[in-house]
Structures are given as structure tokens and as C-alpha cells.
Design a protein around this ligand. Structure first.
Ligand code: KIV
Ligand code: ZN
Length: 511
């Protein structure tokens, strides 16, 4: 039995089901490595049978990780199980997660199967998976809307066939804490086995109860929590793992158990995922939001100055939020820059630092003080561009007449081919976006355009996030630059690049 509450991260599988989110191969690998640095027990790295893109990244993640278990998702289909086996066979700790729906509505409307057929399928496929894997996880999808006696029968069937991890998903975010907790209690009491079974909670946030439900599961015997960073995921998202982790840590008096996460890596992990997903963390988000450790009212500020514990139940340092940062400026030299990178936790080779230092100087020429957030944006933006399939080389804008603008955009792909086109539009952004659409020879619909400043001040860098619909597929992109128009162009090109990558690798999956 585990001595801690295990954390099963599904950011790369359920999290990637967030509308508009599609991680590139390199981003998936970087996220997996950061999740390992954070200390999660298991990473659900993808659904290998769903696309070659997913298969390849599960395989690469399996080969790259050294301590964390790598899991792949499979429906009750032999070809899905084979794909997980192939993709994870080089992992230090390969895992499989087999699922099938058990609720009546899913059986009748989606699977067109009877309960007996579902039980037979569980038996057949868990047994099949068990040939390849020591540890098999089984999930009865839509468990919380399944009649309890049939849920128990399905779980008993999976356990008898060799599953040692039972995940009970609240697939549609329908349950509430007392009910969800009771399901765990009753299932655990009813299932007969001489094996040690790990019970796992997997919640969706449709009613805003995912974290509360997960905590209720722990109170009733669950020893593993599934979720994602920042709570990203299908519809309203999944359980926000950082909230569960800190809930357990801060309230050890009640939960009597904690995770084995390195909590000081929490903020860095959240930032990385926010950036790659193209989803900004709301300022008031618990644990990782920008305001999570800010005190606005005079009474609170006075209290915190006298004793932080008056209004803080945890310190910002606990989760890796830096405060009292020492900003750099244009007179800062290579040494100070290298020290700053180190203090922010970046391990960057001296060769790479040369290029970064040049970019830092360019920012410092434009800004009086370069804050830690600027440095994070610089590094993440650079990593982003290095991994990008396409980079913006040049952007030229010209006023035409009567409010019309013309834009010339030049981009380069990662093998050095240069593409160029121009267009006009009723404003600068429209002209730029028309020119980019012409380069990619696609029509796209701009669903969302947001601009934020990376830091305070007029000289701040701009961070633009866009969401596009291209041929019925939603994709997001981010661009960071001092120049808003260039940042807008970079974001739009990135969204197109993500679409190209998704099309290249996707294979439709249906039940
Ligand atoms: O929410 C859900 O039911 C799932 C299953 C695949 C476990 O994500
Ligand atoms: Zn889910």
C-alpha cells in the first residue's frame, strides 16, 4: 500500500482535450519532464491508438522519464491495448489505463451494448492487458451515473481479471462531495479480493466541485487523485492537482496524509502548462493565480507585515512564487544574468545563454527594469520559438488609404524554407492575419484575441493569445514581443503551425 496520496497527472491526455489546446511533440516532452520534476507518481501521457502524434509522444516520454510511471489510455479494444504496450514498453514503469462506460445512458446511446456485454468486455480486455502489464488500471466511465450494484459488478469483474487500480470517474462532473465519497466507501466495502487495490478519483469540474469531490474521495478511502495542472481539461476541466496537493499539505491535521510532490516546483509547472496550452491562469485562481498571495486591504497588509500568518495559510515560497525579486537593468552584465537564470531554476548551457543574453539586452534597452516575469517570458518565448514549426522573420505594415492597411509577412519553417505574402485589411491586425492566411492557403475564423502585458508599466512586453477555428478545428497560439503587432502576428502563425501539426498527426477516433 502507498504511504502517500498518489498523484496521477492527465494534463497530456484529458488536459489536452481542452477545446483549442493541442500540445506539440516538444511541448509534451517538456511538460512530462517538468511533471517528473514536480514529482507526480504517474503521467498519463496520451491515448496512443488515437493518433500517430499521441503514439509518438507517449513513446518518447516513456524513453525520457526515469522515475515517473508512464501510462497510456486504451478503450476496451485489443488494438488500443497493443498500441499502449508498444508505446510504453521502454518506460521504466509502464502502465495502462483501460476504460469502458458503465452508465445506462452510455450503454444505450453510445456503446449499444447490454450490461452483460460490458462485463464480458471488461473481463476480456483487462485479462488481455494483464498479459503485458503488471499494473493495470480500470475505469468505469460515467461511474457516478451508473447504478451502484452494476458499478460494483463491473469493478469486481475488472479486479477478478487482474486490475489493481480502480479509478472511479465523475466523467460529467455530476456528483457532489457526500455522494462521491459514499460511492468510494460502498465500492471499497463491497469488492472482494485478496489483492491490494488502489482506489483513484477522477473528477470533472462541470459544477465547480472537482477538487471538493476529490477530497471527499480521499476521506473515504481513495489513495490516488487524477487531474491536471490549472484544472485544464474537457469542458469545465478536471481536478486542479495543485489545489489538491496544497489542500493535503496545509490541512495535514485533517487528511493525515500528503503527496510526494516537490511543492516548490508547483508555480513553474503551472506556468509552463499555461503557456503551452495558451490558457492564462485567472488572477484569482487558488495557489497559482497572480493574486493568490497579494494583500490589498490596508488591514490585511498591516497584519501581514506584523506576522504573515495573520492572513496567509501558506507562504508563496512554498509553491515557488518568487517575491522581493531583484530586477535586472541595462547595466547588468553576463554574470548577473547567469546568476538570475540560476536563481530562477533554469539550467541553460553557456552557448544558449549567449543568445539569450543578447535578447535580454534588447529588452533592457527598451525597459528600465527587467523583472523575473520578463525573464520567464523571454526564456519560455525563446523555447517556444525554437520548437516552432514556423517563425516570423519580418513584418512590414503600410498605411494604404481610407483606413486600409497593407501587411507583408515573411515566415520561415524549421527546415529553412521562406514563405512570404501580403494583403490589405481594414486595420493592421486584419491585414496581418489576411496575409498569414494566404501563406498557409487556409481560411480561418478568429474566435478570440487577447492581449496582456507581461509586467506592469508602459514599457512592458505584450503577450497576445489567439484562438482560431481552422476547418472545424480550434487551435490557440501565443506571441510575445515589445511590439503588439509583431506579438499578434507571432500568435496567429503559431496557431496555424499547431493546426498543421495536428492535421499531420491526427487520425479520427470513434467508439
Ligand atoms: O472522465 C473520464 O471518464 C475519463 C475516462 C477516460 C477515465 O477521462
Ligand atoms: Zn476525464
Amino acid at each position: 500500500m502507498s504511504s502517500h496520496i498518489q498523484i496521477f497527472d492527465t494534463t497530456l491526455r484529458d488536459g489536452e482535450q481542452t477545446p483549442g489546446v493541442s500540445f506539440s511533440f516538444d511541448e509534451r516532452l517538456k511538460i512530462a519532464k517538468q511533471l517528473e520534476a514536480w514529482g507526480v507518481d504517474v503521467i498519463e501521457a496520451g491515448f496512443p491508438a488515437s493518433s500517430t502524434g499521441s503514439f509518438n509522444s507517449v513513446q518518447a516520454i516513456s524513453e525520457a522519464l526515469t522515475t515517473t510511471a508512464v501510462c497510456g489510455l486504451a478503450r476496451c479494444h485489443k488494438k488500443d491495448i497493443d498500441a499502449v504496450y508498444e508505446a510504453t514498453k521502454n518506460a521504466q514503469k509502464p502502465r495502462i489505463h483501460v476504460f469502458i462506460a458503465t452508465s445506462q445512458i452510455h450503454l444505450e446511446s453510445k456503446l449499444k451494448m447490454t450490461q452483460q456485454e460490458v462485463l464480458a468486455s471488461i473481463k476480456e480486455h483487462v485479462t488481455y492487458a494483464k498479459q503485458y502489464f503488471d499494473v493495470v488500471q480500470f475505469s468505469p466511465e460515467d461511474a457516478t451515473r451508473t447504478e451502484l450494484p452494476f458499478l460494483i459488478e463491473a469493478i469486481q469483474t475488472a479486479v477478478d481479471a487482474g486490475a489493481t487500480i480502480i479509478n472511479i470517474p465523475d466523467t460529467v462532473g455530476f456528483s457532489y462531495p457526500i455522494e462521491y465519497g459514499r460511492i468510494f466507501k460502498e465500492v471499497i466495502e463491497a469488492v472482494q479480493t485478496d489483492q491490494d487495490i488502489t482506489y483513484s478519483a477522477h473528477c470533472h469540474d462541470d459544477l465547480g466541485l472537482a477538487v471538493a469531490n476529490s477530497m471527499a474521495a480521499i476521506e473515504n478511502g481513495a489513495t490516488r487523485i487524477e487531474g491536471t495542472l490549472n484544472g485544464i481539461g474537457e469542458r469545465a476541466g478536471n481536478t486542479a492537482l495543485e489545489e489538491v496537493a496544497l489542500g493535503l499539505y496545509v490541512r495535514q491535521d485533517h487528511y493525515k496524509n500528503t503527496t510526494q510532490l516537490r511543492l516548490s516546483e508547483t508555480k513553474r509547472t503551472s506556468d509552463l502548462i499555461s503557456r503551452f496550452a495558451g490558457i492564462r491562469v485567472p488572477k484569482n485562481k487558488a495557489i497559482v493565480g497572480q493574486n493568490a498571495f497579494s494583500h490589498e486591504s490596508g488591514i490585511h497588509q498591516d497584519g501581514v507585515l506584523k506576522n504573515p500568518e495573520t492572513y496567509e495559510i501558506m507562504t508563496p515560497q512554498l509553491v515557488g512564487v518568487e517575491q522581493n525579486e531583484l530586477p535586472l537593468g541595462k547595466l547588468s552584465g553576463k554574470h548577473a544574468f547567469a546568476e538570475k537564470l540560476k536563481s530562477l531554476g533554469y539550467d541553460i548551457s553557456s552557448d544558449e545563454q549567449v543568445e539569450l543574453f543578447k535578447q535580454f539586452k534588447a529588452i533592457a534597452d527598451k525597459k528600465k527594469s527587467v523583472s523575473d516575469r520578463d525573464i520567464h517570458a523571454l526564456i519560455q518565448g525563446t523555447e517556444h520559438e525554437q520548437n516552432a514549426m514556423y517563425r516570423v522573420e519580418t513584418l512590414q505594415l503600410q498605411f494604404v488609404s481610407e483606413g486600409l492597411q497593407s501587411a507583408v509577412v515573411v515566415i520561415k519553417d524549421n527546415i529553412g524554407t521562406v514563405y512570404q505574402d501580403s494583403s490589405i485589411g481594414t486595420g493592421s491586425i486584419v491585414a496581418i492575419y489576411n496575409a498569414v492566411d494566404r501563406i498557409f492557403k487556409r481560411d480561418s475564423v478568429l474566435l478570440d484575441y487577447r492581449i496582456d502585458s507581461v509586467t506592469e508599466g508602459r514599457d512592458a512586453q505584450a503577450e497576445v493569445r489567439v484562438e482560431l477555428n481552422i476547418e472545424n478545428y480550434n487551435v490557440t497560439g501565443i506571441g510575445i514581443d515589445h511590439d503588439i503587432l509583431l506579438a499578434s502576428c507571432k500568435a496567429y502563425v503559431e496557431a496555424h503551425a499547431k493546426y498543421s501539426a495536428a492535421v499531420l498527426h491526427s487520425v479520427e477516433v470513434g467508439e
